[in-house]
Write a protein that binds this ligand. Structure first.
Ligand code: BG6
Ligand code: MG
Length: 218
């Protein structure tokens, strides 16, 4: 029998905010400029993956110099940051803030663990930076998802054992990281993407506190 979960660690892009769409638009702009075919389907592989890993996937074996690689990574980030400037609380996915607040009120600790180096900007832009007990981002650890390191870092900062944490994730790499970290995995999205999760919901708004409590006390 699993012990009661003491903390919930949320991914950011695609779980709390709709910024995964902005990541897509920024990569698409770069891909179009470079003449690289890139669809929304291709974008699914970039969820939860670090900026440079994303570019490697996008290039799909195409050889570029180290300088060109860095320039492209920087250009994508410029496009992404440009989109982030328009961000408001409307970019919070429906039901996400309510869930986070309900979990917190219940006395369960909450953290953000995203490999994005823009995590703080997104949280500030949407006005929810102060809600979380711990924020782990792309600067917190060296190995990004599917390594469990970012979740283990967040758990340590929260002072909770990994096995007493639940993770809410929309990326395949994120679910793999949660499983590798021995945490309870909750997937958001289609079976093809987060099917390995212990529990799965189509969208964050489908998780109510009652449903979450059923899961985390199982
Ligand atoms: C993740 C996104 O949260 O952050 C990825 O799902 C993104 O798509 C990654 O590549 C890194 O983000 P950033 O902001 O550091 O480029
Ligand atoms: Mg995500």
């Amino acid at each position: 029998m699993r012990k009661k979960i003491k903390a919930v660690i949320f991914d950011l892009d695609g779980v709390i905010t709709d910024t995964s769409e902005y990541h897509y638009q920024a990569w698409k702009r770069l891909a179009d400029e470079e003449g690289i075919p890139f669809s929304r389907d291709d974008n699914e592989k970039l969820r939860g993956v670090s900026r440079s890993e994303c570019l490697k996937i996008l290039l799909n074996g195409k050889q570029v110099s180290a300088e060109q690689f860095q320039e492209m990574v920087d250009r994508k980030n410029e496009y992404y940051v440009e989109l982030l400037r328009r961000m408001t609380s409307k970019n919070i996915l429906s039901g996400a803030k309510e869930l986070v607040l309900d979990v917190k009120k219940r006395g369960i600790k909450i953290a953000i663990a995203s490999v994005s180096k823009n995590t703080r900007t997104v949280l500030r832009g949407t006005g929810i930076e102060d809600l979380f007990d711990v924020i782990a981002d792309g600067y917190s650890v060296k190995n990004t998802k599917p390594s469990p390191d970012i979740f283990l870092f967040a758990a340590k900062e929260l002072g909770v054992k990994p096995e007493d944490c639940a993770v809410v994730e929309d990326a395949e790499a994120g679910i793999e990281a949660a499983l590798a970290g021995n945490m309870l995995s909750i997937g958001i999205g289609p079976e093809e993407r987060v099917g390995k999760a212990r529990f799965r919901f189509k969208k964050i708004g489908d998780i109510t506190l009652t449903k979450l409590l059923e899961i985390i006390n199982f």
